[in-house]
Design a protein around this ligand. Sequence first.
Ligand code: ADP
Length: 375
Amino acid sequence: MKSIGIRLFLSYLVVLVVGVIVLAVVAQFSLPNAYGRHLGAMEGLMGGQSNGMMGRGGGAVGPEGLYQNFRFSFFEALAWAGLAAAVVAVVVSVFVSRGLSAPIRAMTVASQRISEGHYSERVRAAGRDELGQLAESFNRMAEKLEQTEAMRRQLIGDVSHELRTPLTAIKGSMEGLIDNVLPADAETFSQIHEEADRLSRLVDDLQELSRVESGSFSLDRKPVAVSDLVTFMRKRLSRQYEAKGVTLTSDLPASLPPVLVDEDRIGQVMLNLAGNALRYTPAGGRVNISAEARGREVEVSVTDTGVGIPPEHLPHIFDRFYRVDKSRSRQAGSGSGIGLTIAKYLVEAHGGTIRVESAGEGRGSTFRFTLLAAL
Ligand code: ADP
């Protein structure tokens, strides 16, 4: 049954039909009985007073009396039948209306429980009518709320954990300085400065993450050549690549169509992927940027010959604060585990997808993302 309107209509019809049937059946049985009784009473009257027009006690005899007795017996039968029909109709109505109001009551109870913080509350979605659909969307809403709540808790836990590490380091160094355990030299101060720097980068990343997660950013999409994105990234990173001794190459076909993107945002994604590739590739390694057109899309790949990613970590690599090797990232100095999460949001905001491939530890990684071609 698709519509609650039809269900209501059918419920009324059921009550009506049941009422009429009961009315007819009861009338069928009670009418002869009542008629016989009234007729008997009239015969009694006629026998006792054969030559008068009026019966004892004012009862009429003759055609008028017959009519009156018929009326009495008719109304008596009707009264019994009506009473029976009303009782049955009330019982049927109670069942029918219970069936209709039960899901609404269940949803009221569930929403109260959810508002009290019991986010795992769900209702049973029975039927495919509007109430069934309402129950389904109610459950979806409850699931979303549960996820958001879990994410909020996780975020608070993660953020406090992430803030604690550099803060502990700064505090430790300061205490060392106060107690004269650490020398007040450039190295100590630059260590403190590095930790403070990490803190401020983390705060910047968190701000950016909250912006992209809430979707409160606008995209200024224009056709952009992929080579321009690569050039922008090269300008920013080539010195660091040279300093580490990692070769950066690109391999873009001449026929590649431009992509329809917000240049700054996708530039940021490119920078993040190439920056990661550099960070996780030892000296002497190679990073290559390639792209190919695929129908209405262009797929950009950043391939490195670096440390690679073990297969069990691949599904989580875009999760926020996820790091394959926490100590390694900490030592490398700048990993907060948010960069890829932001990259994923930005690519998806452009209608694209991002994925990672790696043959395993020490065997390099490839990050690929798709963008819409500006055809
Ligand atoms: P981070 O700031 O820690 O690099 P990301 O979100 O950019 O944060 O990356 C998450 C994790 O993914 C990194 O900590 C690292 O373990 C892994 N990772 C990212 N890029 C690469 C890569 N090119 N090679 C190997 N591991 C990588």
